[in-house]
Unconditional design. Structure first.
Length: 184
């Protein structure tokens, strides 16, 4: 919601898509799986939001065997930290606009959004991928679709952007939003 509040043009586009693909959602029911599959722009917005502000700023893995990473020998058993938040803003991987909100980078899917098809690590990857990945994405799509149908939102003028990096990424000062009911 933060990025859609900061970029109202994307909020409008996402809302238009939701209203077009989910016209009968006024009764408060959640969109079906078929409807969610049609919400391509909303999915791109969520991927880009999770790239810029991943829920976890780093993950750790223990080397199962001796390995060389970037010319550095890593002995078996060594714990390696992977700085997701930094990698997701790497200009060599994501391009010169890596720090900017650009959902269109996911127009052709996550595997083609960056120079490396495995660059998006929001839910990790491979055999240690988060088992809740699909559920988390669907849950976010449903929530955003239902919110966008009924409300518009903008940042409070009192908001000061101060991300707080611990294990997870939060806002040091909270996220004060001004929410308006679209029904009047």
């Amino acid at each position: 919601m933060f990025l859609l509040a900061v970029h109202p043009q994307w909020q409008v586009k996402a809302r238009e898509e939701v209203l077009r693909e989910f016209p009968d959602g006024d009764g408060g029911e959640a969109p079906s799986a078929d409807v969610l599959g049609q919400l391509k722009l909303l999915h791109m917005v969520l991927l880009e939001a999770s790239r810029l502000y991943p829920p976890f700023v780093y993950i750790q893995r223990r080397a199962a065997t001796d390995v060389v990473l970037g010319g550095i020998k890593v002995p078996r058993g060594t714990v390696v930290s992977i700085p997701i938040a930094m990698l997701h803003r790497d200009k060599e991987v994501w391009g010169p606009d890596a720090d900017e909100f650009n959902p269109m980078r996911f127009e052709h899917g996550a595997a083609k959004a960056a120079k490396d098809r495995k660059a998006l690590l929001t839910f990790s990857m491979g055999p240690r991928v988060c088992t809740g990945q699909s559920f988390g994405i669907v849950e976010a799509q449903v929530a955003m679709a239902m919110i966008l149908r009924k409300f518009s939102f903008s940042l409070s003028p009192k908001y000061v952007h101060k991300p707080k990096y611990l294990l997870s990424l939060t806002s040091k000062n909270g996220m004060p939003l001004i929410v308006k009911n679209l029904d009047g």
